[in-house]
Design a binder for this molecule. Structure first.
Ligand SMILES: [Zn+2]
Ligand SMILES: [Zn+2]
Length: 238
């Protein structure tokens, strides 16, 4: 097995060739055709990746899986996400992926702007979300006219998809559909961001407007909030 260190010296062209190879294999696998990874690996070593070992290319493929997995994007099943690389190398792998159109970084960039967040969420909700987003442990506070937080669009999209139009507080269908046809639910942070709650799926719940107001303003808000922890298994006390 190659170490991450030995792999630090890959050029951008090599990284992009690896991403190209990866995306080609992913497309083959996703279309349910037979994927011959050894063959594709050999092709890469006969091309731009001449001089790289089979194992070192496989390790790169797993690095790419790691990045895709972080974005809840489908990855090649046979390339299990490797442990996270150092920030510098990970950054370069991501840059190669962006250069090759593997994803649009804007879609995933945290934002404190409610409208921008919802636009991102809407886009992400329409895509297949694989696995669970990592989210943000300590969302950064942004001071505008009202103080708000940088939030991860993937977390909100994931929670809404999981709820599938049913309020996780009262189990009723969302009260109405939005103009885009999607059910209207709000995503609430059970431990409020203002109280140092995380922007993790284990702290976020999809609620109808009534249940959401209840969490914030009702006389039984503490008890109601406690009941959410029991009811929604994914939630963890912070
Ligand atoms: Zn409700
Ligand atoms: Zn709330």
């Amino acid at each position: 097995m190659d170490t991450g260190k030995k792999n630090d010296d890959w050029s951008d062209a090599e990284l992009e060739a690896a991403v190209d190879g990866y995306l080609k294999m992913l497309a083959i696998e996703r279309s349910s055709q037979k994927l011959n990874k050894a063959h594709e690996n050999r092709l890469l070593r006969e091309g731009v990746l001449i001089g790289r070992s089979k194992g070192s290319i496989e390790y790169r493929m797993r690095n790419i899986s790691t990045e895709l997995n972080d974005l809840c994007l489908p990855y090649i099943v046979g390339y299990v996400p490797a442990a996270h690389l150092g920030a510098g190398v990970a950054q370069r792998v991501r840059a190669a992926m962006i250069a090759k159109g593997a994803f649009n970084p804007d879609d995933y960039a945290p934002t404190a702007d409610a409208q921008a967040l919802n636009a991102k969420v809407l886009k992400l909700e329409q895509q297949e979300l694989v696995g669970t987003p990592r989210g943000i442990e300590k969302p950064q506070r942004v001071n505008g006219t009202t103080s708000s937080f940088l939030r991860d669009p993937l977390v909100k999209a994931w929670v809404l998809k999981q709820a599938n139009g049913v309020c996780e507080g009262c189990d009723q269908d969302a009260p109405f559909k939005q103009s885009n046809g999607l059910h209207f639910l709000e995503v609430h942070h059970v431990k409020h961001l203002a109280n140092d709650g995380t922007d993790w799926v284990t702290n976020a719940v999809a609620l109808c407007p009534n249940c959401h107001r209840r969490c914030h303003h009702s006389s039984d808000k503490e008890a109601f909030t406690l009941s959410l922890y029991t009811k929604v298994k994914r939630l963890k006390r912070e």
